[in-house]
Each structure stands twice: as structure tokens, then as C-alpha cells.
Design a protein around this ligand. Structure first.
Ligand code: GDP
Ligand code: IMO
Ligand code: MG
Length: 427
């Protein structure tokens, strides 16, 4: 029986998951998103075109690969409709190739309002949420009040909806947020009709049956390990399990059915939203990274905070995910940074440690850096990893030695073609 490979982010999201899933899609029969929702923005670039996907898996442009939105995902019907309209207009075969789990939860307009109200009430302590209603929707899921795709097909769906909205209206009174729900509802119900017209499946059966038939499956993560609800920088996290274990619960696959785990990281670090970030650069170097790397959020357009690579955090992420192969993104952005610093340890309570402690707030940890020689060459035109400058090979070797996992792909630009393989991968 085949196993499910997993591809996920090792930092605070936006590592380049969408690009690599798109690149690897020809090797797979099925691409399946397992958690998160439209807080995600996964960018694909090919043939001079650029697409940002929020809910739909990044294999959607392949003519025969099936794309599954798993039970662990939360769906905003309004955003999904916009996404589908745009993809259809660009030739994606949504009718044949998109499948949606009956058990995925629905984001209501009032979930978005609750997200906004909650953030406003937190003031300076706000999470920096994408305001897509993610937290409130997962709260209703775990609170056993949520609405699932399967409920949309019930004759009394409107009653189920109204009951939950009433509850939300009570909560919104507490926050004193002003809103006009009927405006939001028109678009919502158009989106609901669209979802009802899609292929709705029992995705746990679909995926396990596919494995039995020898089909290959790649599970696509959203966000990143340091945003995981359990293992991230809590409370500045998202509301789902972004780690490999999330692929099991978010798709209905057993842990012993997991195969390769591709862990993606940027050659440096970024974070969007609030929360601790030990290696953040608040100076011109950070500004330069943001400029060269176009570090602005794919979903919200917010500037991303930038900083050096953080090895203790990366090691931690590899540990909780069981990463088998590393994928290093945006190596091209580091050209002309001389020297490159890498955080290999933290100073914590007057000691040097090489692991992630409970708190990584600035008062608790300070990064300890090692310098690595930089490179001046433009990497974006390279087509083989053997053509990479020596200093890049050294940077790769430095990271591999620290983490003890091979870097099998190096990305040198946003386009599909700007991807250099260094063996392994598979499927
Ligand atoms: P995701 O959320 O993990 O899919 O990542 P995003 O799409 O949010 O952010 C990654 C950004 O970097 C996108 O704008 C990509 O087009 C871009 N990108 C991906 N890989 C590379 C790369 O190797 N080099 C450069 N310069 N940009 C990249
Ligand atoms: P992709 O899949 C980067 C961040 C938000 C905020 C926190 C909580 O594109 O990598 P939420 O809306 O989930 O309640 O926000 O998590 N965040 C992301 N940051 N990439 C993402 O997704 C993110 N999804 C959420 O900025 O700090
Ligand atoms: Mg993103």
C-alpha cells in the first residue's frame, strides 16, 4: 500500500509551499489540503502568470491530478467562489479535479465578524489574524457547534444556519461591534450554492481507497510549524495543527501511512502578524530582505517581518514533523548579503542552548549567530544545482550539518522552472 507524502512549512508560513507543491504535482495522483483555510495564500508562477490560492490545493493546474479539500480545512464560501471563478477562467478543470470533504467546516460571515471583534478587543495584544474567521470557526468546530459541508445538503440547513448566527449575534453584542449582516449573507448564500454543486466526498475513504489502489498522494500544509496551535509560539499562532500529525487528523490517514515529509524553509526567516521572532532584523538589512524578497503577505498584503535563519527553531520544527527531506526556498534573495548570519544557539537564562525553550520572547532568549560567507552571483537563471556558487554549497552544507537532514530541493526564484533538484524526492 502506498503512503501519503506530506509537504509543510517549518517556519511562520509563506515559505513557498504553493510553488513546490505545483512543481511536484506531476509525480502525484492526488494533492490534498489538510488544515487551515483562506488565511493561507499559496503563490504559483508559471508561463508568466501568477496565481494565489487560498483554499484550493496547489495541484489544480495539472490536467489530471485530483485536488482534495480535506476535513481539517475550513472553507469560506465567498472566497472559494472567487477562487474557483478565477481558476476556471484560467483553464483549471474544477468540475473534474476538485473534491471537497463532507466533513470540512464552513466559515460563516459572523465568524469573520467575531474574528474582527476579538482582535479589536485585544488592542495591542492582538494576534495579527488575517481576519478570515479562522479562529472562531475552529472554536465552533471544537465546541461542537460548527456547520459542515454535509450540512449544506440537509433540507433544514437554513434553520441550522440561523441557530448558529443567533448565537454569534449574542457574542457580538458583548464586543459591541456594528455590522450589517444581510449585505454579507447575499454573497455567502451564492457561495453555498456553488459548494453544493461541487464533488462532495467522504475524503477519508477516497484517500485510503486511492492508497490501496497504489495511487500517490501529497498532503499540502498551510501556515507553518511555528504557527501550530500546540507547538507554535502560542498564543500568536493559528487555530489548527499545521504539523504532520495534522495531515492524519485533517485527512483521515493513519500515522503509519505517512511516507516522506518535505519540510520547507526560507534561506532566512519571515513572519507576518504579531508574536516573538528571535532573529528579526529591525534595521536596513531586514528592510533589504523585505525589498529583495518581495516580502508582503499573499493574503493580506501586510509587510512581512524579516530576519536571519534560526537553526534551533528549524531543528524543533523538523523534530515535531519527522521531516525526511528539506527544501530551501528563496536562496536567490540572499545574493549580496555579506556575511550571512545564522542563529545556531540562543542565550537563555545565562546559558547557551540549542533548542527552543517555552518562551522565545526577547527578554527570555537572544540569538547567538555564526557568520557564513555570502555570494554575489545572481542565482535566478541557474538550471542545475551543480552550477550554484561554492558559497551556496557551503551554506547548504552548514545547514545540513546542523539539522542532519538533506536539503533535496533549492529554489532560486518564484517560477516553476527556478527549482534545482539535489536528488531524493520520489513518489
Ligand atoms: P506559501 O504560503 O508557503 O505558499 O508561500 P507564499 O506564496 O505566501 O509566499 C512565497 C512568496 O515567495 C511568493 O510570492 C512566491 O512567488 C515567492 N517565491 C517562492 N519561491 C521563491 C524563490 O525561490 N525565490 C523568490 N525570489 N521568490 C520565491
Ligand atoms: P500560508 O499558508 C503566514 C498568521 C497571521 C497571524 C496568525 C493567526 O500562506 O503560509 P489567523 O488568520 O490564522 O487567525 O492568523 O497566523 N498566518 C499566516 N502567516 N502565512 C500563512 O499561511 C498564515 N496564516 C495565518 O498572520 O499572525
Ligand atoms: Mg502564504
Amino acid at each position: 500500500m502506498k503512503k501519503v507524502d506530506v509537504l509543510l512549512g517549518l517556519q511562520w508560513g509563506d515559505e513557498g509551499k504553493g510553488k513546490v507543491v505545483d512543481v511536484l504535482t506531476p509525480k502525484y495522483d492526488i494533492i490534498a489540503r489538510f488544515q487551515g483555510g483562506p488565511n493561507a495564500g499559496h503563490t504559483l508562477e508559471f508561463d508568466g502568470k501568477k496565481f494565489v490560492l487560498h483554499t484550493i490545493p496547489s495541484g489544480i493546474f495539472h490536467p489530471t491530478t485530483k485536488n482534495v479539500i480535506g476535513n481539517g480545512v475550513v472553507i469560506d464560501p465567498c472566497i472559494l467562489k472567487k477562487e474557483i471563478d478565477q481558476l476556471k477562467a484560467n483553464g483549471a478543470n474544477i468540475d473534474e479535479n476538485l473534491l471537497v470533504s463532507r466533513k470540512a467546516h464552513i466559515i460563516l460571515p459572523t465568524h469573520r465578524l467575531l474574528d474582527k471583534a476579538s482582535e479589536l478587543s485585544k488592542g495591542k495584544e492582538k494576534i495579527g489574524s488575517t481576519l478570515k474567521g479562522i479562529g472562531p470557526t475552529y472554536m465552533d468546530k471544537t465546541g461542537r457547534n460548527g456547520i459542515r459541508v454535509g450540512d449544506l445538503l440537509k433540507p433544514d440547513f437554513k434553520d441550522i444556519y440561523t441557530k448558529l448566527v443567533k448565537k454569534h449575534a449574542e457574542l457580538l453584542k458583548f464586543y459591541e461591534l456594528e455590522y450589517n449582516l444581510s449585505e454579507l449573507e447575499d454573497e455567502f448564500f451564492v457561495g453555498i450554492e456553488l459548494i453544493k454543486s461541487l464533488q462532495i466526498i467522504d475524503s477519508e475513504h477516497y484517500i485510503n481507497d486511492a492508497l490501496k489502489e497504489g495511487k500517490s498522494v501529497l498532503a499540502e500544509g498551510a501556515q507553518g510549524t511555528l504557527l501550530d496551535i500546540d507547538f507554535g509560539t502560542y498564543p500568536f499562532v493559528t487555530s489548527s495543527n499545521t504539523i504532520t500529525a495534522g495531515a492524519c487528523t485533517g485527512l483521515g490517514i493513519a500515522p503509519n501511512r505517512i511516507g516522506e515529509v518535505f519540510g520547507i524553509f526560507k534561506a532566512y526567516c519571515t513572519r507576518v502578524g504579531s508574536g516573538p521572532f528571535p532573529t528579526e532584523l529591525k534595521d536596513e538589512t531586514g528592510e533589504e530582505m523585505r525589498k529583495v524578497g518581495h516580502e508582503f503577505g499573499a493574503t493580506t498584503g501586510r509587510p512581512r517581518r524579516c530576519g536571519w535563519l534560526d537553526i534551533p527553531a528549524l531543528k524543533y520544527a523538523c523534530m515535531v514533523n519527522g521531516v525526511t527531506q528539506l527544501i530551501m526556498m528563496k536562496a536567490d534573495v540572499l545574493s549580496n548579503f555579506e556575511p550571512i548570519s545564522v542563529c545556531t544557539k540562543y542565550k537563555h537564562q545565562n546559558q547557551e542552548i540549542d533548542y527552543l525553550p517555552y518562551s522565545i520572547n526577547p527578554e527570555d532568549v537572544q540569538p547567538v549567530y555564526e557568520s557564513v560567507k555570502g555570494w554575489k552571483e545572481d542565482l535566478t537563471k541557474l538550471s542545475s544545482s551543480s552550477d550554484l556558487p561554492n558559497e551556496v554549497h557551503e551554506y547548504i552544507a552548514f545547514i545540513e550539518k546542523q539539522i542532519e537532514i538533506p536539503i533535496t530541493i533549492v529554489s532560486v526564484g518564484p517560477d516553476r522552472k527556478q527549482t534545482l533538484f539535489r536528488e531524493a524526492v520520489s513518489a
